[in-house]
Structure formats: structure tokens, C-alpha cells
Design a protein around this ligand. Structure first.
Ligand SMILES: Nc1ncnc2c1ncn2[C@@H]1O[C@H](COP(=O)(O)OP(=O)(O)OP(=O)(O)O)[C@@H](O)[C@H]1O
Ligand SMILES: [Mg+2]
Length: 129
């Protein structure tokens, strides 16, 4: 528990993902898939290397500023939804919150509601979800 021993979770990873491209990372348990995703999402800081998003090394971006701008560009979908999303809230609550935080829902409540409905229609979800 108090050991400071380090674990080499990743070594020599090099991959490029193009715009609109979908990539599946496959490997045995403990091979570092989650660690790589956590590094890309800036939840973990790699000891070396670079992670470029649109040509900018995200590890060198200002930490606070990068946070909101970066999160609006790249999001992690965690494996366990019950550990990530409060089941007491409806889907609408989480979508609305993201739109407000990232200011993507327009300036008025009507625009936000409209954007919400568009998003829900895109994924064939009823507004009562
Ligand atoms: N918080 C942590 N502290 C110490 N070691 C860790 C931590 N998280 C991951 N590791 C170690 O890093 C290595 C890679 O783990 P990781 O969880 O990235 O693998 P994975 O490919 O996602 O595995 P799985 O398929 O089981 O989800 C493993 O050796 C793991 O034990
Ligand atoms: Mg994993």
C-alpha cells in the first residue's frame, strides 16, 4: 500500500488516429489499454513522449486552460456507467450540464432545449430518457 515502486504500464506506443476514424485497441488484461486512454484524456501524465491533438501537444498546454477547452474536444466514456453517472438523474440532466459548461447550447433556454432535442433525436432517445 505504501510502496513507491513504479509500474511501467506503457512503453513505445505510437499511433495516429485520423479525423472521423474509429480505432479499437485490443490487448490482454493489464497490457495498458486503459492507461493509454487515460493519458490521451489527460487523466494520467506520461513520463515522456507527446500527445498531439490537431498538431498541438496537449501535455504542454496550460493545465487549467486546457482543461475546459480540451474536455470539449475529447471525452472519455468510462467502462462502468454506474460509477460515472448518478442514476438519480435523467440523461437530459447530463446533456444539459455539458451544453451549459461548454457553452454549446446557445444563449437562451429555448436554444439549449432545441439542441438537447436534436442530440436525443440523433441517438433515437425519447426526451423522457
Ligand atoms: N493506479 C495504478 N497503480 C498501479 N499500477 C497500475 C494502476 N493502473 C494500472 N496499473 C498497472 O498498469 C498496467 C496496465 O494496466 P491497464 O489498466 O492500463 O491495463 P488494461 O489493458 O486496461 O487491462 P484490462 O483489459 O484488464 O482493463 C498493469 O500492469 C496494471 O497493473
Ligand atoms: Mg482497462
Amino acid at each position: 500500500m505504501f510502496s513507491r515502486e513504479s509500474v511501467r504500464a506503457l512503453h513505445g506506443v505510437d499511433l495516429t488516429i485520423g479525423r472521423g476514424e474509429i480505432v479499437a485497441l485490443v490487448g490482454e488484461s493489464g497490457s495498458g489499454k486503459s492507461t493509454l486512454a487515460r493519458c490521451v484524456a489527460r487523466l494520467e501524465r506520461p513520463s515522456s513522449g507527446e500527445i498531439l491533438l490537431d498538431g498541438v501537444d496537449v501535455l504542454k498546454r496550460d493545465r487549467f486552460q486546457a482543461s475546459r477547452a480540451f474536455r470539449s474536444q475529447l471525452q472519455m466514456v468510462f467502462q462502468d456507467p454506474f460509477g460515472s453517472l448518478n442514476p438519480a438523474h435523467r440523461v437530459e440532466h447530463f446533456l444539459r450540464r455539458s451544453l451549459v459548461i461548454h457553452r454549446k447550447g446557445g444563449s437562451s433556454e429555448t436554444e439549449t432545449q432545441q439542441r438537447l432535442e436534436e442530440l436525443m433525436t440523433t441517438v433515437a432517445c425519447r426526451p423522457t430518457c
